[in-house]
Design a protein around this ligand. Sequence first.
Ligand SMILES: *[C@@H]1O[C@H](CO)[C@@H](O)[C@H](O)[C@H]1NC(C)=O
Ligand SMILES: *[C@@H]1O[C@H](CO)[C@@H](O)[C@H](O)[C@H]1NC(C)=O
Ligand SMILES: *[C@@H]1O[C@H](CO)[C@@H](O)[C@H](O)[C@H]1NC(C)=O
Ligand SMILES: *[C@@H]1O[C@H](CO)[C@@H](O)[C@H](O)[C@H]1NC(C)=O
Length: 445
Amino acid sequence: MISSLKAIVFCCLLSLLSYQIEADTCNTYNHPQYGIGQCINQSECLNALYLTGLCESKPSNIQCCFSTEPMREEFRAIWIATVTNIDWPSSGTATPAQQQSELLDILNKVQELNMNAVVFQVRPASDALYFSAFEPWSYYLTGKHGVAPSPFWDPLAFIVNEAHKRNIEVHAWLNPYRARTAGATYELAPTNMAKRFPQYAYTYGQYIWMDPGGAVVQEFIVNVTEDIVSRYAVDGIHIDDYFYPYSDGTEFPDAATYAAYQEQGGHLNKSDWRRSNVNTLIQSMYTRIHAVRPKIKFGISPFGIWKSGVPAGISGLSSYDELYCDSRMWLEEGLVDYMTPQLYWQIDPPAQSYPVLLNWWLQQSAKGRHVYAGNAAYKMAQGTVQWNANEIVRQINITRSMQDRLALGNVFFSTKEIMRNTKGIQSELAILYKKKAIIPKMKWL
Ligand SMILES: *[C@@H]1O[C@H](CO)[C@@H](O)[C@H](O)[C@H]1NC(C)=O
Ligand SMILES: *[C@@H]1O[C@H](CO)[C@@H](O)[C@H](O)[C@H]1NC(C)=O
Ligand SMILES: *[C@@H]1O[C@H](CO)[C@@H](O)[C@H](O)[C@H]1NC(C)=O
Ligand SMILES: *[C@@H]1O[C@H](CO)[C@@H](O)[C@H](O)[C@H]1NC(C)=O
């Protein structure tokens, strides 16, 4: 049995090896029956199938071991935030070669830790970390809004190519409505949304924010998303928690847009109308990207509390009322393929209890969409009381304890805590992620 399998594998392997992939091919070779293998000591590869010639850079007793037990399905991801250079690139004045090398360091670490996905921010503020015919190059990439990298390169194309070599998924993360972020002072390029549709661009807080009620604004965002999906082999499209902006204490200045809606016969009150604007965008994005690429995944990572008081005992900001984000409905109706609620709180305090909230989110998934929890790795480094790595370990364990109810992974905010090995998190993950996992299968796609 084993030897015939070996023979089958060997034939297919020959064609694969002819691609001359530099890294250990074991990490990229997808066995038709056993999935991805691991380079480990041959003597430890028990009850399993091993193959030689796939762990080129390792000593000869290290071979590619395929477990004959089913692999765990688990989404293990990090957010790579580019806005204000949070995670990458280190600066807009770093050379393209330096920026590429930093990105490779991140991907190599993700691979080394047996993680399998990155959520890469490509459009932080109506700008682009990829070649776009629609929007200006990002300030955070080149230090100049609207100026292409020199020598030219395309970070999204680069990361997709390099990540796929390492068997890592790339989800392109877009911020829909933000046109310029807090603290930024650069002049907007003519192709930025705020310049294209000035009647819908407001200064709010320290931001420039687009009015989600503007039909052309919605249409434009969907066009931009479709453009990405049709030109890049991204595995998913992702949006985070920003819909209507977090309140700065003043009313969001969309009175004229709402009045126009009412004049056209609209009957929803302002709050419901605002939610419906966001819902329309989510629905349109979901439909359009799947029309172009049926198997692409659409994920949203909303604020972790839908409404304060839901479920009982939970209190905090009501994203439903404050951000006009009806995230529960999106999960319930299947307008997302996966939901990543940002459960950025500790396990034990009851007001934002991690297990209580995660359990509640799972209960909303009427259509069986996946839930990958969002975890606040940054809280090991920021705030008055900095978490220990043990908090994150326990959160992963809790998530796993609910895997049979579709809690199928974790996404960490953000990359820099992993790269800096804050509180020794790498060795903790190395234990939990000792064996590789496959990306959870979405049977409806
Ligand atoms: C591999 O396993 C053998 C036998 O258990 C052991 O002697 C050897 O030290 C191991 N090698 C490595 C690199 O771990
Ligand atoms: C969106 O794309 C369509 C098809 O190319 C185009 O006709 C339409 O004008 C675009 N909308 C906006 C707001 O750019
Ligand atoms: C808006 O209308 C909905 C549905 O009729 C209602 O439940 C809600 O209380 C109203 N909100 C406000 C702020 O009036
Ligand atoms: C997490 O789960 C692992 C594997 O089941 C276990 O060894 C470890 O003790 C758990 N850690 C914590 C902090 O719960």
